[in-house]
Design a protein around this ligand. Structure first.
Ligand code: PEP
Ligand code: MG
Length: 328
């Protein structure tokens, strides 16, 4: 199979009934490997900026961040590159910024922390913007959004940084483009605020890892309850379906960037729900492309209709496995 997969690696990700899917990569874990990027991906759908922060002994300076981000944006300047603002807290501690909490996953995480420390946020945004001078492939994504007011506040800070950096760029005769600004959909509260959010963002990106954890109230890293953590739970599938439908209704581009987007079964269901952009770890990309090239959207939609009637994630997996076996 792997040979068959590789032999098709330069072909487009298109279903047998001609639906084209955009495939992006998640980056951040191994910067060196990702610098040369994946020639078969349409860009970077999620760059986890916290990873380089976690590998240091102190906050990287603005200039250090500029250099890193510039290298990444320049690697493939014609492909979109989505940088997520710092998403520390929860399971991602910074050694030089200790946080002690009883419930870290319900605590000071992601945008909550950076809005409380605008100096950290502004330095990072300024660095992203400075890195993008003369380029037009940067998008900025906000993690752990729970409320519309967080997006408004973050956008206000981004605008502030934009005017500063734009002025500096113009002094040097260079131009700066306002990046697209989007939010992660990963806290269940956003499911009930999609109309409001769609008015103030340029794109959505579904974080199925956290969405699963928070919808099911299961710590994604706690082995005792690991069996309960399941993205094929009917509630999670229903949430994903709702997001796909509303994104289309409100015409907001949407990507899925959680692990589910890199799993064969997840891919089939997500396509059937209407998702057309998936972002995944590099090593899953060719496998996912192969799956897409071998599925018929119509039959995937039939599978989804069946799956949405099931109450048990185990039954869902069985249906999906039967389907995947049928396509080889
Ligand atoms: C997610 O929550 O699905 C996600 C992509 O973000 P992270 O795994 O970095 O929390
Ligand atoms: Mg997340």
């Amino acid at each position: 199979l792997s040979e068959r997969i590789r032999s098709e690696d330069t072909l487009p990700a298109i279903t047998t009934d001609n639906c084209e899917i955009r495939l992006f990569t998640n980056a951040g874990l191994s910067l060196e490997a990702e610098k040369n990027d994946n020639p078969f991906s349409d860009g970077v759908g999620l760059f986890r900026t916290e990873i380089p922060f976690m590998m240091r002994e102190r906050f990287p300076t603005e200039q250090e961040q500029v250099e890193l981000y510039r290298t990444l944006l320049e690697a493939e300047p014609n492909k979109p590159f989505t940088m997520r603002t710092l998403d520390v807290g929860g399971d991602k501690p910074l050694p030089y910024f200790p946080i002690s909490e009883e419930n870290p996953f319900l605590g000071w995480r992601g945008i909550r922390l950076t809005l409380d420390h605008p100096e950290i946020f502004l330095v990072q945004i300024r660095a992203m913007l400075r890195a993008s001078i003369g380029l037009d492939n940067l998008s900025i994504m906000l993690p752990m959004i729970t409320s519309v007011s967080e997006v408004s506040e973050a956008k206000r800070l981004i605008r502030q940084a934009f005017y500063e950096v734009e002025e500096e760029a113009q002094e040097h005769g260079e131009s700066l483009q306002m990046p697209k600004i989007g939010v992660m959909l990963e806290v269940p509260a956003v499911l009930y605020q999609l109309p409001q959010l769609s008015k103030i963002v340029d794109f959505f990106s579904v974080g199925s890892n956290d969405l699963t954890q928070y919808l099911l109230a299961v710590d994604r890293n706690n082995s005792r309850v690991a069996e309960l953590y399941d993205s094929y739970h009917p509630a999670v599938l229903s949430a994903l379906h709702t997001i796909a439908k509303h994104s289309e209704l409100f015409q907001v581009p949407v990507t899925v960037c959680g692990e589910l987007a890199g799993e064969p079964g997840g891919v089939v269901l997500l396509l059937a729900m209407g998702y057309r952009k998936l972002s995944m770890n590099n090593h899953n990309l060719l496998k996912v492309k192969w799956i897409i090239r071998n599925i018929h959207l119509g039959s995937a939609e039939q599978l989804l209709a069946k799956v949405l009637t099931l109450n048990n994630p185990q039954d869902v997996r069985e249906e999906i496995n039967n389907y995947l076996e049928s396509i080889g």
